[in-house]
Design a protein around this ligand. Structure first.
Ligand code: KG4
Ligand code: ZN
Length: 362
């Protein structure tokens, strides 16, 4: 299906079900490319996964199947719009836990079919990557640090739909390392916010932890060695008292941040060389871990040192939500990029891979 939507106002519903949040949101994109959030409904599944200390894919898929329709209905009601008012329906088509992705994508397909609206299949990472356009009005090109529970990547966002990978994790994602540290200390799930809370009053230098890949060339990340080191200490010190938990969280967070700064500094150099001298350089931070205040302030200082401006969406738009999918969908729809009902749900879908436009890989 091709649609001509350039230069007109667009109203788009977005559905997100790729991990453990069932979310839907409605955004308006005006003819100048500015966005407004009309609704943002997020139902997390923390209670369902809490006893397992992490997301259980089968439980997640069932929970999405149970509530996606009511979440979508709530998003439409909150926005004060009906299906007939929409210009397009966007859903995460991957990457993520396949059962959940299928629930959201199939829901979007049925709504698109029933209402006769264009379907936009959105890459979840593109949702995170473009949120800053909606919340801060920041447009590409920029260097993106995407740090979430499932992903840790540095990408050059050249334009909407054009992404170039600069670095990525060779093992665990940063959010995963936070979550596993929390799990080892019995802090519950999701662990990032709990680790950050305890770290504030801990003493970071009580434990010597590794800074994986620090000082090495390139902009890849690694957190497995750090996680193992935390586990070894946690096992030796059982049972862990409150003060030890605080110190271990502080040590972990300091090591993680120092590693990230080293890798991002290299990434900024690589990006600056590729952009050429004298250009305006922007760093955008996205994904759930962008909500970490200690990391955000370290990144702000680093960006200033390298001559980059920095933009971070508000925390509620950094963690998974339907608004970011609606917005990426609106950006694609504005370019006439829509998808057929045959578009597949994908567990794996690198953002820098060929993009699917109107069902055709470009
Ligand atoms: O983007 P997101 O909601 O989901 C994924 O796509 O993965 O990110 C969730 C991740 C979790 O690993 C969570 O522990 C982490 O973001 N996170 C944090 C903080 N808030 C959320 N990590 C560190 N500090 C935080 N304040
Ligand atoms: Zn995410």
């Amino acid at each position: 299906m091709t649609v001509t939507t350039r230069n007109r106002e667009l109203l788009v519903l977005g559905i997100e079900t790729s991990c453990d949040e069932t979310a839907a949101g409605v955004v308006r994109r005006d003819a100048h490319g500015r966005g407004t959030i009309l609704s943002n409904v997020v139902r997390d599944q923390v209670a369902a996964h809490a006893e397992f200390g992490g997301v259980v894919p089968e439980i997640a898929a069932r929970a999405h199947a149970e509530i996606t329709d009511t979440v979508v209905a709530a998003a439409l009601t909150e926005a004060g719009v009906s299906l007939a008012d929409l210009d397009g329906i966007a859903a995460t088509a991957g990457p993520g836990l396949i059962g959940g992705v299928m629930v959201g994508l199939v829901t979007a397909k049925m709504l698109a079919l029933a209402a006769g609206k264009p379907l936009v299949a959105v890459n979840h990472l593109e949702g995170h990557a473009l949120t800053v356009g909606l919340s801060e009005g920041v447009r590409p090109p920029y260097l993106l640090l995407l740090v979430s529970g499932g992903h840790t990547q540095l990408l050059a966002v050249e334009d909407i739909g054009r992404y170039r990978r600069i670095g990525g994790t060779i093992d665990d994602a940063l959010g995963e390392a936070f979550d596993k540290t929390a799990k080892m200390l019995g802090l519950g799930y999701p662990g990032g916010p709990a680790v950050e809370r305890l770290a504030v009053s801990g003493t970071a230098d009580r434990f010597a932890l590794p800074r994986p890949l620090k000082g090495r060339p390139g902009a890849d990340f690694s957190f497995a060695g750090l996680k193992t080191a935390v586990r070894q200490i946690a096992e030796t010190l059982q049972p862990i008292d409150e003060a030890t938990a605080r110190d271990l969280c502080a040590a972990f967070q300091a090591a993680a941040i120092e590693t990230v700064m080293d890798r991002v500094a290299n990434g900024m150099e690589i990006y600056t060389r590729s952009r050429g001298e004298g250009r305006h350089l922007q760093l955008v931070v996205a994904g759930g871990v962008a909500a970490n205040r200690a990391m955000a302030s370290a990144l702000a200082a680093l960006a200033a040192r390298f001559g980059f401006s920095i933009a971070v969406p508000p925390a509620r738009l950094c963690t998974d939500n339907g608004v970011m999918i609606a917005w990426a969908g609106a950006e694609r729809l504005a370019r006439g990029w829509v998808d057929g009902l045959e578009v597949p749900a994908r567990a794996r879908w690198p953002l820098d891979e060929a993009q699917f436009v109107s069902g055709v890989a470009t």
